[in-house]
Design a protein around this ligand. Structure first.
Ligand code: FAD
Ligand code: EPU
Length: 342
């Protein structure tokens, strides 16, 4: 097997952090993956190497060189595999770009995924944190996935229930952490669209675009336009989207906070909890637009930390720690990082 050594990952993470992998390889199918994982030469030298599976690198912060094996999933192919009266079932390889999958849905008039347009990264990582945007989460269109158990050397099928999806959470970030590589995801999409324009900004954008008849493509265009106006393009400024999750607190704590901060932004999660807009909390603490050397807090979206060029992962991590402390001191709310720190 041809392993690249001391391989630069700078182009393979959207933060643009300049780190290397001790060994690097790619795989196009499960057979290649198995060959790499059980490579005789690597075993002969008896390396107990930590392994990292990489998709588009858009939800990762590298804080140091990776002293192990980085494997980039390049399993491609999108196919309609089944249909019934109401739904089509589409299977996509894990290495397919997420937005490429969205474009496939739009082209074929398959509905349900359009609100998730333009999220960076690959299909294989989408279940990891149950990606979400504009009123829709991956779980709403998820049917099942296949993953390879790297210890037991076999493929396992996971239903929606098995994945234990939550807000930016799944079983793969928790009890199955480090055990599985997701190789394909099957989606269940609507033949007859049920549009979700519950997120206020979508309605506004459709009106601005003078759309009279809502279509899958129109929603996708509206979402793309909103995203482009708010979020920094990683090709221009390094970032990994929201660095923190929006925290949920008790309704009681929310009411208390509202007395001191009448403009605080919160949305009900269930009858007991309210989800706060972390971007607002961070902005209120004065971090929006902050920059120290090349590490900063984005000027249009305080939830997004950025690398203006040559920041190290550690500088970004330290900035995130300061933000966590300052939000905690002011609001008694503990922010949790969304990005995977490596
Ligand atoms: P990577 O960053 O490569 O990996 C993320 C994690 O998953 C790592 O721990 C990795 O080891 C693991 N992993 C990756 N692939 C596999 C696999 N096949 N099997 C097992 N483990 C795997 N996220 C949202 O939810 N909503 C948004 O609106 C959103 N907007 C964003 C906007 C910008 C500008 C950016 C840069 C990011 C945004 N994100 C958003 C975050 C990110 O795009 C998603 O989390 C995406 O799903 C990450 O995909 P990836 O392929 O880049 O994963
Ligand atoms: N806000 C501020 N200041 C800021 C940023 C936001 O006051 O600097 C306020 C906004 O005015 C708005 C509220 O916070 O009232 C929410 O902001 P926005 O609609 O931009 O969404 P968000 O909560 O910041 C979440 C997701 C995004 C997703 C959008 C759209 C999380 C952690 N982030 O951001 O996901 O695209 O909603 O649905 O849930 C990601 O996960 O990487 C990501 C970008």
């Amino acid at each position: 097997m041809n392993f690249k050594e001391n391989f630069s990952l700078k182009q393979l993470n959207t933060f643009g952090i300049n780190v290397t992998a001790k060994y690097f390889n790619t795989f196009n199918n499960i057979e290649e993956l198995a060959e790499i994982l059980y490579d005789k030469e690597m075993k002969k030298e008896n390396r107990q190497l930590p392994t990292l599976f990489l998709g588009g690198g858009s939800n990762i912060l590298f804080t140091k060189n990776f002293d192990g094996l980085v494997l980039k999933n390049e399993i491609i192919g999108i196919k309609k595999i089944n249909e019934d009266a109401d739904y089509v079932y589409v299977r996509s390889g894990a290495g397919v770009g997420w937005h490429e999958f969205i474009l496939f849905c739009i082209k074929n008039n398959f509905a349900g995924a359009e609100n998730l347009s333009l999220i960076p990264g690959n299909v294989g990582a989408s279940p990891m944190q149950n990606i979400g945007a504009y009123g829709v989460e991956l779980k709403d269109i998820f049917y099942e996935l296949e993953a390879y158990n790297i210890h037991e050397k076999k493929t396992v099928v996971f239903s929606k229930n098995d994945c234990a999806f939550g807000y930016r959470e799944s079983a793969f970030k928790n009890k199955y952490k480090g055990q599985f590589v997701i190789t394909s995801v099957t989606f269940r999409l609507n033949k007859i669209p049920v549009f979700n324009t519950s997120y206020g900004a979508i309605e506004e954008e459709l009106a601005k675009m003078k759309i009279e008849q809502v279509t899958i493509k129109a929603i996708s265009d509206a979402v793309i336009s909103i995203r482009k106006s708010k979020l920094p393009d990683p090709a221009v400024i390094g970032n990994a989207g929201s660095f923190f999750k929006n925290p949920a607190i008790s309704n009681e704590q929310f009411q208390q906070l509202k007395k001191t901060f009448p403009n605080i932004i919160g949305y009900p999660v269930n009858e007991n909890e309210t989800k706060l807009a972390a971007g607002w909390l961070i902005e209120e603490c004065g971090w929006k637009g902050y920059r120290k050397d090349d590490a900063g807090c984005h000027e249009k979206q305080a939830l997004v930390l950025v690398n203006y060029g040559n920041a190290s992962g550690d500088e970004i991590l330290q900035l995130s720690q300061k933000i966590i402390e300052s939000v905690n001191n002011r609001f008694f709310v503990k922010l949790e990082r969304e990005v995977n720190i490596i």
